[in-house]
Design a protein. Structure first.
Ligand code: CMP
Length: 143
């Protein structure tokens, strides 16, 4: 079963959007297999966003993502990687469609509420940065 890494950013946490966002993925039918509220170290943030190291906004990105708690999650389900990205909407909230998370709640590209893995490779990499294998709950739904 496919898994993805989703992270509610400091703006989403401070605007009390954790419940709203978790609810959307629950109602869609995906399964939450790990979650924690955590403040990222600069090192972890730089590792997570390593592919953006040469971008002019890299410093701003790392400063923001370490500025307060994030809500780190692993979700499981069929096509969860691409479907979660559809549910999140475009990276720039100004271009994100109404009904998507960023379209409904985002204000600016640097504070776009949520991050989600963009491929199976990045999902595997990002999950391993934030969670140990024993923190992932593998279970079959019984209710
Ligand atoms: P995310 O999906 O977390 O991946 C990289 C992040 O970089 C992206 O969401 C945006 O929040 C951020 N980002 C992209 N472009 C810019 C920009 N021009 N200025 C600041 N942050 C940006």
């Amino acid at each position: 079963m496919e898994r993805t890494y989703l992270m509610i950013k400091p703006d989403g946490v401070q605007r009390n959007l954790i419940g709203e966002i978790v609810s959307r993925f629950e109602k869609k039918g995906f399964t939450l297999v790990a979650a924690k509220l955590t403040i990222l170290s600069k090192e972890t943030a730089e590792t997570h966003y390593g592919e953006h190291k040469e971008r002019p906004f890299f410093g701003e990105l790392v400063d923001f993502i370490t500025s307060g708690p994030v809500f780190a999650m692993v979700w499981q389900g069929g096509n969860v990687i691409s479907t979660a990205r559809t549910m999140m909407g475009a990276t720039n909230p100004a271009e994100a469609a109404p009904g998507t998370i960023r379209g409904d709640f985002g204000v600016q590209v640097a504070m776009n509420v949520i991050h989600g893995s963009d491929s199976p490779e990045s999902a595997a990499r990002e999950i391993s940065i934030f969670f140990n294998e024993e923190e992932l709950s593998a279970y079959e739904k019984t209710v």
